[in-house]
Write a protein that binds this ligand. Structure first.
Ligand SMILES: *Cc1c(COP(=O)(O)O)cnc(C)c1O
Length: 370
């Protein structure tokens, strides 16, 4: 077949659709020369807080910093434990380790591939300070159950919302569901910058102000430093790009959801398993993930690639099996559901600009390959 390649995601098609606004916005920052802490940053922070239905947002350097800043801002550090999952991107636990705390892994629910709330309580110790649910692939975790457990045990809840901008749990946006939330604006995320970027969101404005100072060299004003901070700030160029893209995010997420509905129906018919969306969750489908027999996955990927279709594996090695974590106590666990998922997951192309013909080609190829 001589048809063109179908990528997992297409940032170039998105850029073509918004080129004139984005180019003008970037040019405005360059003319203005307010590259750091320019007015575009504050206005994006307000826009994104409003969008996420939360009180305040701080724009920082990337999503990993956002996780660290949220934990540090809540006073979580050395000697503390944070409960999270191993089936995620490594940034999740980097944020915890950067804060000085110890990650503790619990297994996932086999249907949603998200943290299994029924396993959390058994992992709580006197050192536990927070639960970090990861809204993986764009689907919010079961936040009602998680918040109930947190409240009962006096724990903080810090959402890793890096893949879920705009998703809702029981009608409420992610980013507003815990004590704080971290977002990533890595280019490929549902809301992506033209470089690195991230944000911390919270319903607690005082927490965001504390984080703002810590992430800006511990500043009170230009040369008055109340503590030793760090430097993690969202560039003005990235902020204005994000502000333009935010105007389109709901439409883009609606398009992703509509593609996912087509996929769901088809794969259900073919009895191909895919990430199930829990009642109460409204996913924004950062990724569309199916499950294939572990032994056949390489073959399926090769067949899709031969048909000009990109496929991804998110993520092939669970964090507790990564060499980077070998020295940490959290690596010495057995997480059977996580381990099986890592062997079986396969991400298919999904992006707002995908057309019907491309969806059709992917579905036919998957059916033939599986
Ligand atoms: C992307 C991502 C991060 C880290 O974000 P960066 O901006 O790349 O630092 C953290 N957690 C999850 C689940 C992610 O997908």
């Amino acid at each position: 077949m001589s048809s063109t390649r179908i990528p997992l995601a297409s940032l170039s098609r998105q850029y073509q659709a918004i080129k004139s606004e984005v180019d003008a916005a970037i040019h405005g920052v360059i003319e203005n020369t307010a590259f750091v802490r320019g007015s575009g940053v504050g206005s994006f922070e307000r826009d994104f807080a409003e969008y996420s239905e939360t009180a305040a947002v701080y724009g920082c350097g990337n999503g990993t910093d956002a996780l660290y800043l949220a934990l540090h801002g809540l006073g979580i550090g050395r000697g503390d434990e944070v409960i999270t999952v191993s089936h995620t991107f490594i940034g999740t636990i980097e944020g915890i380790v950067m804060a000085g705390a110890d990650p503790v892994f619990v297994d996932i629910d086999d249907r949603t591939m998200l943290i299994d709330p029924s396993l959390i309580e058994a992992a709580i110790t006197p050192r536990t300070k927070a639960i970090m649910p990861v809204h993986l692939y764009g689907q919010p975790c079961e936040m009602t159950a998680i918040n109930e457990i947190a409240e009962k045990h006096g724990l903080f809840v810090v959402e890793d919302a890096a893949q879920a901008h705009g998703a809702r749990w029981e009608g409420r946006r992610v980013g507003s569901l815990g004590h704080a939330a971290a977002f990533s604006f890595f280019p490929g995320k549902n809301l992506g910058a033209y470089g690195d970027g991230g944000a911390v969101a919270s319903t607690d404005e005082k927490l965001i102000e504390k984080i703002r100072s810590h992430a800006n060299h511990g500043r009170l004003d230009k040369y008055t430093h109340s503590s030793i901070g760090i430097n993690s700030r969202l560039d003005t160029v990235q902020a204005v790009v994000l502000a333009e893209k935010l105007k389109h995010l709901d439409d883009w997420n609606v398009a992703r959801r509509s593609h996912a509905n087509v996929y769901d129906e088809f794969y259900d018919d073919c009895q191909i398993r895919h990430q199930m969306v829990a009642a109460g969750a409204e996913s924004v489908y950062h990724l569309y993930v199916i499950r294939v027999d572990a032994g056949r996955r390489d073959d399926v990927v090769a067949k899709l690639n031969a048909e000009g279709i990109d496929a991804g594996i998110h993520y092939p090695t669970p964090l507790h099996k990564q060499a980077a974590l070998a020295g940490l106590p959290c690596s010495k666990v057995s997480l059977p559901v996580t381990e099986r998922a890592a062997d079986e997951v396969l991400s298919l192309p999904i992006f707002p600009e995908m057309n019907d013909e491309e969806l059709e080609r992917v579905m036919k190829a998957v059916q033939a390959a599986v």
